[in-house]
Ligand binder design. Structure first.
Ligand code: BGC
Length: 367
């Protein structure tokens, strides 16, 4: 545990450097705040619309955006969609950012398929729209996408599940597993699942993996609202219906919150723990990994993602096109959205200290 504490302290130091680094790229306060040819005022309002707080990364992002944008000289308008009435509330929040003259609107969508009217209004008012972490669908009014590569996250989870099964059950030739995915209103949920299935499906087809419940379609595996209680009750039901006298060897879980709920369900049923995947490097899951319970997580450094968003805002302020590193992968149904993708990292008990200590903040994804 000690190593992890040290690594966490190192994170804070790196975060400070990263944010200080981007702050130094901002115009000095007191300098001319009029826009360049196609840029905008150096003290402009920047809107940040985030979804409800379904994982630690969203909580952290809000604070980092408020601090980082302020530090860079902008006026941040950071809003979270409330847990109830989330979609209409987020739509209202974006509308009011447009009305308040935000020059860039950064959106972590609650439901990426229900924001086209709002982002089109934002574009019409001259604001640039950046989809943050979750893609916004079916509109050409999304200017940029900034995220960790979500398909890659799924691939890494699928591969880690296979690796974990082989390591834990060296004597078995086939493994019993169950599959979970995230909330259907979050575009990422399907992307994570597709990435994982690109690795797992061939192993299901050749009999190495057996999904005992038979539930392999994304809709059957969904966890509405990314809520822990929904994953836990589905796992309870799966265990009761399919695992009387049958061993469960592994579970594909799309994130840490759900992984812990799945582990809780298995424990309550009095069964041995399967290999369970995760994502987000949440504190409780890193502890669980070090204690030998959850098998793995994915590290997506929120500080790096927010810092990159602020770099994009600074480029736009100067009238420059922000850098992108992928113009092929993320099609929103109307266009392939120019993307800046960061590389997610796998964390297991064996690699945790190394991955966290060697955190490479702003490394772009190399394919
Ligand atoms: C994010 C994940 C997160 C999930 C639930 C996804 O869109 O990419 O990191 O675990 O939402 O909050």
């Amino acid at each position: 545990m000690k190593k992890i504490v040290i690594a966490t302290t190192a994170f804070a130091a790196i975060a400070a450097l990263t944010l200080a680094g981007c702050a130094s790229r901002a115009p000095e306060s007191g300098t001319d705040s009029t826009a360049g040819a196609s840029g905008f005022a150096a003290d402009a309002t920047i809107g940040v619309a985030l979804p409800d707080k379904t994982s630690e990364n969203w909580v952290l992002a809000g604070q980092l955006f408020t601090d980082g944008l302020t530090e860079a000289g902008f006026k941040p308008d950071v809003q979270y969609a409330p847990a109830t009435g989330t979609v209409p509330e987020q739509q209202n929040q974006i509308n009011s950012m447009v009305t308040n003259g935000a020059k860039v609107i950064i959106i972590g969508a609650k439901d990426g398929s229900q924001l086209s009217t709002q982002v089109e209004a934002a574009n019409a008012a001259g604001a640039t729209v950046i989809a943050y972490d979750r893609l916004i669908l079916n509109t050409d009014a999304v200017d940029y996408y900034l995220a960790f590569d979500n398909f890659k996250v799924g691939e890494l989870q699928g591969q880690a599940l296979l690796d974990g099964l082989k390591a834990k059950f060296a004597d078995k030739a086939a493994y019993n597993i169950e599959l979970f995915s995230g909330s259907p209103d979050d575009n990422n949920a399907g992307v994570f699942f597709a990435g994982a299935m690109s690795v797992l499906q061939p192993k299901i087809d050749d009999g190495t993996l057996v999904v005992v419940s038979g539930q392999t379609a994304v809709a059957q595996t969904a966890t509405q609202g990314w809520l822990a209680q929904n994953a836990q009750s589905r796992m309870d039901t799966l265990l009761a219906a399919n695992y009387q006298g049958v061993e469960l060897d592994g579970v594909l879980s799309p994130n840490d919150t759900l992984a812990r709920a799945i582990i809780e369900s298995v424990k309550s049923a009095g069964k041995p723990l399967p290999v369970v995947t995760g994502q987000d490097s949440e504190v409780e899951s890193v502890k669980s990994i070090m204690a030998g319970e959850q098998y793995m997580t994915i590290y997506k450094d929120t500080r790096a993602l927010v810092a990159q968003a602020i770099v994009m805002v600074q480029d736009l302020q100067k009238g420059n096109a922000p850098e992108t590193n992928d113009t092929e992968s993320y099609d929103n149904g109307v266009k392939v959205v120019p993307s800046y993708l960061l590389a997610p990292l796998v964390v297991t008990k064996d690699t945790a200290a190394e991955v966290y200590a060697g955190n490479t903040s702003l490394e772009p994804l190399t394919k």
